[in-house]
Design a binder for this molecule. Structure first.
Ligand code: PLP
Length: 391
């Protein structure tokens, strides 16, 4: 039987055994959390406990936690919720948002949808190094020839390069310009210690399936006192911010992972060492290899590489045949031959972007897996290059 090795944790994570073990118990809590009779009490307790554990993990107040179905919904809710709320307050006022250049499609496509309703959008450029271009950001914020910026949306950590952005600094500049700040923290959860209070953001998005729990659960943190219009109107759940009977099973799973605050710190150290060793070995064993974003502060697990003369899709398929799961750019865009827009925004050429590979390690990744991966990668690169040269 072929060994399967999973190095695509930025696409989704396997479910932790602590979570799997408790699923039968949570399934027995089938009541509606809004019911005031006995059947609602267990689910209501799960909801309350997860709200508290999540708030403790990310450094916010429990009442700021709004449960959603995942990262995409959280991002939609933040952007559309702010837009609609401001529109309702003042239908005539021009609205302008600033958005990062490497955001996930759940941000960029939401922006395109809101532009049809009159929203003005400017993109905050990213440098070739993978860092945000802070000078351009300041210029965009203070441009007096344009409508005032009402919201900035910038991811905390990038899904492709793993680069961690200076959110605290960016929030400070947004405040000076009188703008609200949203961060998509989907790729930061469980990878770096987070404190929303310290970062001082107004809104932050999260997804449970990137954090060893179940699909179908996410969070949008909304700072106390701020209003958003809900995307889903319904029974008044989540303090009128997100209607619909709560997904108790997936929320309970997220809550279980939130208790692993100490493990986040342990894995941070361990996975950083493993990723650094992987990169050092790739540098030695794969000629011409280049690393994207490696000079910046990064989440511990991600390595984005360009392997010249080797097409990323070809490499991915060859690795897949040998049992290795990696990615070329974002998983959500795989299946499409177009190079990743995020990498192009950094200034990579189409050719470089097409030769890119993303390796994202996780809590269960081991030195042995890294070694097996290196051996296969080395062999496949040599084979593909010699096939290319013989054409
Ligand atoms: C940065 C980022 N934001 C949002 C999402 C979407 O999250 P979900 O899959 O929970 O909708 C992803 C998923 O890849 C992501 O990487």
């Amino acid at each position: 039987v072929q060994k399967q090795i999973y190095f695509d944790h930025n696409a989704t994570t396997p479910i932790r055994s602590e979570v799997l073990q408790k699923i039968p118990h949570w399934l027995s809590q089938w009541g509606n959390a809004s019911s005031i009779h006995w059947a609602g009490r267990g689910p209501k307790t799960i909801l309350r406990d997860t709200r508290q554990s999540f708030a403790d993990l990310v450094g916010c107040h429990p009442l700021e936690v709004v449960f959603t179905s995942g990262g995409s919904e959280s991002n939609n809710l933040a952007l559309k919720g702010v837009f609609q709320n401001l529109r309702l307050q003042n239908p005539q006022a021009p609205l302008r948002f600033l958005v990062g250049a490497m955001e996930h499609p759940s941000i960029t496509k939401t922006c395109l949808a809101l532009m049809k309703l009159g929203l003005q959008i400017d993109t905050i450029p990213v440098l070739r190094s993978g860092e945000v271009d802070l000078e351009s950001y300041e210029r965009l914020l203070t441009d007096s020839t344009r409508p005032k910026v009402t919201l900035v949306s910038h991811m905390t950590a990038n899904n492709e390069t793993g680069v961690v952005f200076p959110i605290k600094k960016m929030v400070k500049l947004a405040r000076q310009a009188g703008a609200l700040f949203h961060t998509d923290a989907v790729q930061a959860l469980g990878k770096i210690p987070l404190s929303l209070e310290h970062l001082d953001v107004d809104f932050a998005s999260f997804s449970a399936h990137k954090f060893y729990s179940l699909k179908g659960s996410g969070v949008l943190c909304v700072k106390k006192g701020l209003q958003i219009e809900p995307l889903i109107h319904g029974g008044g759940q989540e303090r009128q911010r997100r209607g619909g009977t709560e997904n108790i099973l997936a929320i309970a799973a997220l809550g279980e992972m939130c208790k692993q605050k100490d493990e986040v710190l342990i894995q941070y150290e361990r996975v950083t060492k493993l990723r650094n060793s992987l990169e050092a070995q790739m540098r030695e064993r794969v000629s011409g290899i280049l690393f994207t974003g490696a000079q910046c502060k990064r989440v511990p697990n991600t390595s984005s590489v360009i392997i010249p003369e080797v097409d990323g899709e070809t490499l991915l398929m060859n690795l897949d045949m040998e049992g290795f799961a990696v990615s070329t750019g974002a998983a959500c865009s795989s299946g499409s031959p177009e190079p990743s827009p995020g990498l192009l925004a950094m200034g990579l050429t189409r050719k470089e972007a097409q030769s890119s590979l993303r390796i994202s390690l996780g809590w269960s990744s081991t030195e042995e897996e890294v070694e097996l991966f290196l051996q296969k990668l080395e062999q496949i690169v040599v084979r593909v290059r010699s096939l290319n040269n013989s054409k």
